[in-house]
Design a protein around this ligand. Structure first.
Ligand code: PEP
Ligand code: MG
Length: 590
């Protein structure tokens, strides 16, 4: 296979699913439908609404079918993405608005669907959080399906992908990604659009197929049949590589394959050190679609469900029923595994509904999280009622964010009890009592952890905030990012004392900040004695591999040597060097 004749092209994107693949480009070009734009006579309005209703129903049936197929072949978790699409078809923000445009603006259904989709997508565009921004492509997929159905076009056409293809596309719908991943003929994905949390990324990671997204104009620069070498770890795409480059890719491919095989081989094995210390590895999530990937990587439960993401950038907060359904869905999908749902951490950098709240001068220290909830009691109660009802459907644990003192914990718990009594009196079914814990993410909570442990059922350490407040480093400010040091001696001492307080009181202690999933810190956290670490899907196998290869005794030695040093730089250098020495070639680099 000589490729010397054609010049090599090198493209850079975002590596979202690790690994290396070499194959021939298969360009998937799902042509966008041209939307007819018509004005309606008054007599046409009602028939048009009926036409919309029929197209919505057909779309719903198609998605249900796809979902059933996916359940059979991929397992139920993947189907959640399509379930989210079905929910969108029933969402009043979508359906009612389309109907309103047909009636009030007298325009045809296709045009109305496009206009509403554009508006919704625009809302997503302005969200700083990447995951949320990515969801605008869901709006597009759903709108496209409805428009195609209105126009009587074929939807969900299967494409014949040749074996060993690297699929190249402008963007991919979840149904396309899943279908092609399932075909067993695809070795990797490259798309122009997308980020870490796009569907291509989520599905590709779950299927362990290398993927590079956000690669600019890849779909225009790559021609069908081009030889493509893809590095999903470094975000690199080489088109028509030279023989030397190809040989290097094959070498790297071999190495990645061995690493991934070793990591996934342990998926169902416990994260247990060689001397018997067991840590539960669980997942962080913002949206139900992430569960699929978490389970595929061996998550033993959910350690942090950030419920506030359901509240962002919409006109009115989700009501009790909508929240209940969301929590119930997560609990049921996790099938008895522990699910830790955090009550709203709104405020600070996560503001609901634009313009509704005055911007605070110092939002990180302002009215956020539990403070916000205690100041907006009805909003808080709606969530507590939804959680109490959902608790009947799985293994719920609930926690309050940003607790600074005992009064807040008591206040929040008494609100929960009031809701429990209220629902009980009204005869609404609720589950049995569930553990109620707190996030330890302020120095104040850490310093009185011994007292808080008397009234909290568990701790979950939020290092993202704990480090921000301990080191006085604004976690959003790039200028001081170099000072954000998880291995600062003050942080290590704080963690030591929080774990100690939990131990003494006999309550479990977890960590759910970013520090928990970074392999560099895995031995230090094993040494500290955390019962549970909560992280994103892709981090689980590596952290597990490290824990399974070390003993708690040697981890303790490492930590005590590190904590005898003083500066954060010295400690970090020492720990990275030791991790590199112990695990070089297997995981890392550190
Ligand atoms: C944390 O502070 O570590 C945490 C997990 O919460 P969030 O990142 O949502 O503030
Ligand atoms: Mg936090």
């Amino acid at each position: 296979m000589s490729t010397q004749a054609t010049p090599t092209l090198s493209l850079k994107g975002i590596g979202v699913s690790p690994g290396v693949a070499v194959g021939h480009a298969f360009l998937l070009d799902r042509k966008r439908v041209r939307t007819p734009k018509l004005r309606l006579a008054e007599a046409e309005v009602n028939p048009e609404r009926m036409r919309l209703k029929a197209a919505l129903e057909l779309s719903d049936r198609q998605l249900q079918e796809l979902k059933d197929q996916m359940c059979k072949t991929e397992g139920p978790e993947h189907a959640l993405i399509l379930e989210a699409h079905r929910l969108m078809l029933h969402d009043p923000m979508f359906v009612d608005e389309v109907s309103r445009l047909i009636v009030e603006d007298r325009i045809n259904a296709e045009w109305a669907v496009r206009r509403v989709a554009r508006k919704l997508k625009h809302l997503f565009d302005n969200i700083p959080d990447e995951y949320f921004r990515e969801r605008r492509s869901d709006v597009e997929y759903v709108a496209d399906r409805v428009v195609r159905n209105l126009m009587g076009q074929v939807v969900d056409e299967e494409v014949e992908v040749p074996a060993h293809s690297v699929v190249v596309a402008h963007d991919l719908s979840p149904a396309d990604v899943a279908m092609m991943a399932r075909s067993g003929r695809v070795v990797g994905f490259a798309t122009d659009l997308g980020g870490q949390t796009s569907h291509t990324a989520i599905v590709a990671r779950a299927r362990t197929l290398p993927a590079v997204v956000g690669a600019g104009k890849a779909s225009e620069q790559i021609s069908p049949g081009d030889l493509v070498a893809l590095d999903g770890t470094r975000g690199l795409i080489l088109v028509n590589p030279t023989d030397d480059q190809l040989a290097l890719f094959h070498e790297t491919m071999q190495r990645y394959q061995e690493q991934e095989e070793r990591a996934l081989a342990t998926k169902d094995l416990p994260a247990e050190s060689t001397d018997g210390s067991r840590i539960r590895l669980v997942g962080n999530m913002e949206f139900p679609e992430e569960i699929a990937s978490l389970l595929a990587h061996g998550a033993e439960g959910i350690g942090l469900y950030r419920t506030e993401f359901m509240f962002l950038d919409r006109k009115s907060p989700p009501g009790e029923e909508e929240q209940y359904r969301a929590y119930r869905q997560v609990l049921e999908t996790m099938g008895g595994r522990p699910v830790t749902i955090r009550t709203l951490d709104l405020g600070g950098d996560k503001m609901p509904g634009r313009g509704k709240h005055e911007k605070e001068p110092n939002p990180a220290m302002g009215l956020r999280a539990i403070r916000y909830c205690l100041a907006n009691r009805e909003l808080f109660r709606v969530q507590l009622r939804a959680l109490l009802r959902a608790s009947a459907h799985g293994n719920l644990r609930m926690m309050f964010p940003l607790i600074c003192g005992m009064s807040e914990l008591r206040e929040a718990r008494s609100e929960l009890e009031a809701c429990r009594t209220e629902l009980g009196r009204a005869g609404v079914p609720i589950g049995k009592r569930f553990p109620v814990g707190i996030m330890v993410e302020t120095p104040s909570a850490a310093l009185i952890a011994d007292r808080l442990a008397e009234e909290a059922d568990f701790f979950s350490v939020g290092t993202n905030d704990l480090i921000q407040y301990s080191l006085a480093i604004d976690r959003q400010n790039r200028e001081v990012a170099y000072l954000y040091k998880p291995l600062h001696l003050s942080v290590l001492r704080t963690l030591t004392s929080v774990v100690e307080a939990a131990r003494t009181a006999g309550i479990p202690v977890s960590m759910c900040g970013e520090m928990a999933g970074d392999p560099v810190y895995a031995l230090a956290l094993l040494a500290l004695g955390f019962d549970e670490l909560s992280m994103t899907a892709g981090q689980i196998p590596t952290v597990k591999a490290i824990i399974r290869q070390a003993s708690r005794a040697e981890a303790r030695e490492l930590l005590s040597t590190a904590m005898a040093l003083t500066t954060a730089e010295e400690i970090e250098r020492y720990i990275r060097m030791e991790m590199e020495r112990r695990f070089r070639g297997e995981v890392g680099p550190f």
